[in-house]
Ligand binder design. Structure first.
Ligand SMILES: *[C@@H]1O[C@H](CO)[C@@H](O)[C@H](O)[C@H]1NC(C)=O
Length: 323
């Protein structure tokens, strides 16, 4: 027994890096993917950073809803930056290796941010629910201090789950092969490479997945159902249509985000589902960070006006500087 463990430990130290297989070997395809994901990354950064700047700098946007949007955009910048830069570098250089601790770090950051995003999206839908269905109580329910507690709470909750997960995974021994069949270091593809007894760790997604994903999902869906019921009671047809268009676009994005997350983390890890899971990881890792600011903020009238004001201020400022 003693010998077996020391042997395992030796094997563990033997693996110092993993290889991320990504999307295959074909060179031209890698170039196409590089261009595609580079455009996505640039759009994501530009749109989200713009929103953070607007929310922080414009007094008109200092309300709970825009604080949430600003925080979401900040989160999306971090979120896409944990995966995309490394992925773009791999497409370009063809070097698919990642150090073991680099891999754990990526898993930690990604998991933590995804958890926070689940909570944040549900808080945002709850915020809209209170604004639309309980307008008289809005100021008491959504005051600055409560929002801060909720935001800090979701960071702490998500981070502690991930610290526990990473500390368990870092105890594992990896004996090779060291090839991860995915485009980033995710939980189950990583587990497949470990040797020894992992039955207790395999249970983690079934415990934490539901804590991280299901309650926010249920809160979100309930809020939107209440909102839609309220909208259906609006008497003017155009008003109803407008409100419905906004809500349905939120609902679609949120459903795609949670739906793909659930497919990847809650469904069992069979070999047929594995290839599917790689594809279903793209929406919530790469697409939602780009689409969220467009859906939630840039279509919003107040954000558009704030943008115009800011551009105007900037131009005036430059005019003054010239003289
Ligand atoms: C995030 O929310 C906090 C608390 O409500 C707020 O003070 C802060 O400005 C927000 N951050 C951004 C980037 O909008």
């Amino acid at each position: 027994m003693q010998i077996a463990t020391s042997e395992q430990w030796n094997n563990h130290t033997a693996i110092t890096e993993f290889i991320l297989l990504g999307f295959g070997e074909d060179h031209e395809f890698q170039i196409v993917l590089f261009l595609l994901f580079a455009v996505i990354y640039i759009l994501t950064l530009t749109a989200n950073i713009l929103i953070v700047i607007l929310v922080v700098s414009d007094q008109h946007l200092h309300t709970p809803m825009y604080y949430f949007l600003g925080n979401l955009s900040f989160l999306e910048v971090c979120n896409s930056s944990t995966i995309l830069p490394k992925m773009l570098a791999r497409f370009l250089t063809g070097d698919n290796s990642i150090s073991v601790w680099g891999c754990f770090t990526q898993l930690f950051c990604f998991g933590c941010l995804a958890g926070i995003e689940c909570y944040l999206l549900s808080l945002m839908s709850f915020d809209r629910y209170v604004a639309i269905c309980k307008p008289l109580h809005y100021a008491t329910i959504m005051n600055g201090r409560i929002i801060l507690y909720l935001l800090v709470g979701s960071w702490l909750c998500s981070a502690s789950i991930l610290i526990l997960t990473i500390s368990m995974i870092s105890q594992l021994s990896f004996c090779g092969p060291n090839e991860i069949d995915h485009f980033f270091c995710d939980f189950s593809p990583l587990l497949q490479l470990s040797c020894g007894d992992i039955s207790h760790i395999k249970l983690l997604p079934f415990i934490f997945g539901p804590i991280d994903i299901l309650p926010p999902f249920i809160l979100t869906i309930t809020s939107y159902v209440c909102i839609i019921t309220a909208i259906l009671r609006i008497s003017s047809a155009t008003g109803r249509q407008k409100a419905f268009a906004t809500c349905s676009s939120h609902l679609i994005v949120v459903t795609i985000f949670y739906g793909t997350l659930m497919i990847v983390y809650i469904l069992p890890n069979t070999s047929t589902l594995r290839a599917l899971k790689k594809v279903f990881s793209i929406p919530y890792t790469v697409l939602t960070p780009m689409v969220n600011p467009l859906i939630y903020s840039l279509r919003n009238k107040e954000v558009k006006e704030s943008f115009k004001r800011t551009v105007h201020r900037f131009i005036c400022f430059n005019e003054i500087k010239k003289f």
